[in-house]
Write a protein that binds this ligand. Structure first.
Ligand code: NAD
Length: 401
């Protein structure tokens, strides 16, 4: 059919995308921000004759057409550009690819937390109108996956049946076209494109799960090394459950304000509803948010990040993406949105004020999202946004362009 898609990123998920999309008939370009990574991937992939994806039931190989760190080569002919990387990589990648976007291109991030749209509007500026660019974001990655051999072998451990995406501009025809393009590239996942693009930024997923559970586990830690790494999800108790519910409720209140300001956020779900929707059949106890996490089979055995210290004991490792990604492109953004919506956020404040010093960052200062590190975040305050209407419309007063 000849659609050309450029996948930006070279991690676990990019391996799956390369193999699956090429197998499904697309011309796949892989774009790397780092030359050494591109070289390593290309050598291994060329040698093996493509990326082989192994699922529970089958295995297939797809060959990307282009593997490069040169943005011009990777982007120029692409109809669809998909950033499948941690959120802190969105801005640098957008800066690299912006000059080469073709007219009518779709540019999206999956997952797209932390106001991907604001970051993209800030980087792309007038290009969006001039080249009729459609921005989009996904509420979650459709896969659980990992690469086994860099550049050529990857395992697809789980596939979601449905992933919601949302676009700017939010127009029925564009949405249908995009949903169809995305669904065709994937094997089992149906992509529905609908709603305001804030839906993905406000989705109650890693941004509150990773930060809220970390707080639940370690908020009263006395600094003494522990005998073993705590189970991250299975330990979820009533306290941690109440933290997650609190965070989700505060987002929910902001959602109501944004709806009144004109945003279509009908697809937004609270955390317990979302988890049951996605994992319902592998969760044995549906009775509370705590139990929904503690009894989710998909999360079984996963442990909190720790560092080993003398005597074979452990201390928490806070310098992981659970905080380095999920604060500046997650909880701090949500707190910033809530502030603009006039929503009280006692739980967000508690978690953020506990977490931000753990990574030596300042977002929330004196009750406002105004700390120095918002400059490297998706917080709407960074862009001078002060009203719910500006959020709804992606209207950025302090644009870099
Ligand atoms: P990954 O860590 O394997 O991806 C890393 C890649 O990101 C690198 O190879 C590099 O190409 C790119 N990158 C990192 N920093 C960069 C920077 N500063 N500039 C440019 N590029 C940079 O991640 P993944 O496992 O492929 O996951 C991608 C996203 O999906 C992440 O947000 C992750 O949280 C999410 N996710 C992954 C899984 C999974 O099963 N792998 C499941 C759910 C969600």
């Amino acid at each position: 059919e000849g659609i050309t898609i450029t996948v930006c990123g070279g991690g676990n998920a990019a391996h799956i995308a390369a193999g699956m999309f090429a197998k499904n008939g697309a011309n796949v370009n892989l774009f790397f921000s780092f030359e050494d990574e591109a070289k390593r991937f290309k050598e291994a992939c060329d040698k093996a004759g493509g990326v082989t994806v192994t699922t529970k039931t089958t295995s297939y190989t797809g060959q990307p057409k282009v593997i490069t760190a040169d943005p011009k080569t990777a982007i120029e002919g692409a109809d669809l550009i998909l950033l499948i990387v941690p959120a802190f990589a969105h801005e640098p990648i957008l800066k690299q690819i912006a000059p080469f976007l073709k007219k009518g291109a779709f540019v999206g991030a999956i997952p797209g937390p932390g106001a991907f749209d604001l970051i993209a509007i800030n980087v792309l500026g007038d290009l969006i109108k001039e080249r009729d660019i459609t921005l989009f974001a996904g509420t979650s990655l459709p896969w659980a996956c990992r690469f086994d051999e860099y550049g050529c072998k990857a395992s697809l451990l789980g596939e979601k049946k449905r992933v919601d995406i949302n676009a700017r501009p939010n127009e029925p025809e564009r949405n249908a076209l995009l949903g169809d393009k995305m669904s065709r590239l994937h094997d089992l996942t149906d992509f529905q494109c609908k709603g305001n693009m804030l839906t993905s930024a406000l989705w109650p997923t890693n941004c509150i799960i990773h930060t809220g559970i970390s707080y639940g586990i370690w908020h009263d830690w006395d600094g003494e090394p522990v005998a073993e790494a705590p189970l991250f999800y299975q330990n979820c108790n009533d306290f941690t459950g109440s933290v997650l519910d609190g965070l989700s409720n505060e987002i929910g209140q902001a959602v109501e304000v944004l709806k009144k300001a004109g945003a279509d956020l009908a697809g937004w779900q609270p955390i317990d509803v979302y988890l049951l929707d996605v994992y319902g059949d592998v969760i044995s106890d549906h009775s509370s948010t705590a139990q929904i996490f503690a009894t989710n089979d998909a999360f079984r055995g996963l442990k909190a990040p720790v560092t080993e210290v003398e005597g074979g004991k452990f201390v928490p490792n806070f310098r992981t993406r659970y905080l380095t990604e999920d604060l500046p492109h997650g909880l701090a953004v949500l707190r910033g949105v809530a502030e603009i919506c006039g929503v009280e956020t006692p739980m967000m404040d508690k978690v953020l004020l506990w977490a931000q010093p753990k990574i030596e960052k300042e977002y929330l200062v004196d009750g406002k999202i105004q700390g120095k590190d918002i400059a490297q975040s998706g917080c709407p305050q960074r862009f001078g946004i002060t009203t719910p209407e500006q959020l709804v419309n992606g209207d950025i007063p302090n644009s870099a362009n």
